[in-house]
Design a protein around this ligand. Structure first.
Ligand SMILES: Cc1cc2nc3c(=O)[nH]c(=O)nc-3n(C[C@H](O)[C@H](O)[C@H](O)COP(=O)(O)OP(=O)(O)OC[C@H]3O[C@@H](n4cnc5c(N)ncnc54)[C@H](O)[C@@H]3O)c2cc1C
Length: 392
């Protein structure tokens, strides 16, 4: 039975874990954050909420998380505008197959044709859309607010949070974890250490000789002003033009890139990267927006920014004990998907701490082992989309 847990990283994932542990009765939980809460990938998140994933266990995690967004509602800026995936002819079969898997998991989703899509989304060009799926319970919310909410819940149940407190290394004795050492030299004892430090997790683990293959992938975002206030339009994953779009405030639209064909060219130093989109990208993305939404009355790009995904080789996270070190758990590598599944991730980590395994048959813990990379058994979708890397 765990007595004291240290969580390294005060992003959405670390704070969700702290909340889940305290909810299960472990009150001696300490979150250590090197900078400020939600200042990493969390602060850049597009906050899209949906259950559409090719990997069934991740779809199940997203679906388990949905009620949390629904219950929190305005507290985390949740707007349940619905979510749609649109595909061309080449991806009709994968869309049907994935939707069937989703239904078997209990996910509320329908297939819709381009006429139904045009009614949902009056400003959209649907001529090149062969089929779409529609999740009425999807939408978007605010990742920073959710992270701070989890932090607050954890604190109320006894957890402590220290910001501006970088962890320098993980301490072990024999095959057991004993705590962490802070950069100033202070030692914090713990019998469970959970590394939820995003891309930076690899450095902490390498100190123990554990290899966590992960890259930092820069992703650019555009804010487009539509020219007039917009109605409640569903979030769109456009697998034809390879972009995703959602409302942003009144009359604005957030547009992200889903074309990951040359992703290796966009690996960066996550502590030092350009926070605006390049001119070439703005031009390319704006062209796609104009093609897809010709009904926007007077569109213009108001500003851009960029964030960094922590990307393992199969674009799926590791949520597992690692290195054969008793009490050491890694929870990172969410590659642009960690927001919507964060509530369920906390639950899975609490399961690992208290039960030693997942308690949810739809979310097998074995899917998220670190060893899968060395064994050459990546976690992949049984029904991958042609040309669309983000639907992992
Ligand atoms: C541009 C962008 C858009 C996204 N859009 C979506 C989306 O629409 N839907 C979705 O589901 N997901 C999305 N995501 C993904 C999601 O936001 C992330 O997966 C999630 O926020 C990651 O949370 P995290 O806690 O793992 O990482 P982070 O938020 O990066 O937190 C890790 C923390 O660890 C801290 N840390 C690092 N090293 C140390 C150390 N040695 N000691 C102490 N602290 C340390 C860092 O300072 C950081 O605060 C997006 C991500 C980005 C970047």
């Amino acid at each position: 039975m765990a007595r004291k847990a240290v969580v390294v990283g005060g992003g959405l994932i670390g704070l969700s874990i702290a909340r889940a542990l305290t909810q299960r009765g472990l009150t001696d939980v300490l979150v250590l954050e090197r900078h400020q809460l939600a200042g990493g990938g969390t602060g850049k998140s597009s906050g899209i909420v949906r259950a559409h994933y090719g990997v069934p266990s991740i779809a199940a995690m997203a679906w388990r998380s949905m009620p949390v967004f629904e219950q929190l509602g305005d507290q985390v800026g949740f707007r349940q505008v619905g979510y749609t995936v649109i595909v061309g002819e080449e991806n009709v079969e994968p869309l049907k197959a994935n939707t069937a898997v989703h239904r078997s998991l209990g996910i509320d989703v329908d297939l819709i044709d381009s006429d139904q899509l045009a009614r949902l989304w009056p400003m959209m060009e649907v001529g090149d859309v062969a089929l779409a799926s529609y999740e009425p319970r999807g939408g978007f919310a605010d990742a920073t607010q959710l992270a701070l909410h989890f932090g607050q819940m954890a604190r109320e149940q006894g957890a402590r949070i220290r910001q501006n407190t970088p962890v320098a290394r993980i301490r072990t004795e024999g095959d057991k974890v004993t705590g962490v050492e802070l950069e100033g030299g202070e030692v914090v004892a713990a019998d469970v250490v959970i590394v939820a430090s995003g891309w930076w997790s690899a450095k902490l683990l390498s100190g123990l000789g554990i290899d966590f293959p992960i890259e930092a992938y820069r992703s650019e975002l555009l804010i487009v002003d539509a020219g007039e206030p917009l109605p409640n339009l569903p979030v769109v994953s456009d697998l034809v033009s390879l972009q995703y779009c959602r409302l942003e405030g009144a009359g604005q639209f957030l547009v992200g890139n889903s074309d990951h064909a040359d992703f290796q060219k966009k690996f960066v130093d996550p502590d030092n990267y350009s926070n605006i989109a390049s001119e070439a990208s703005v031009e390319k993305y704006a062209e796609k927006v104009m093609h897809r939404f010709p009904g926007f009355p007077n569109p213009s790009v108001t500003h851009t920014y960029a964030g960094v995904y922590d990307v393992p080789p199969d674009w799926n996270p590791v949520i597992a004990p690692v290195g054969g070190v008793d009490g050491l758990i890694l929870c990172a590598g969410f590659a642009g998907h960690g927001f919507k599944i964060s509530p369920a991730v906390g639950t899975l980590v609490a399961d690992l701490v208290f039960e030693g395994d997942s308690t949810d048959p739809d979310i097998p813990a074995t899917d998220f082992r670190l060893e899968r990379f060395a064994e050459g058994r990546p976690l992949t979708s049984p029904h991958p989309y042609i040309g669309a890397g983000e639907m992992r």
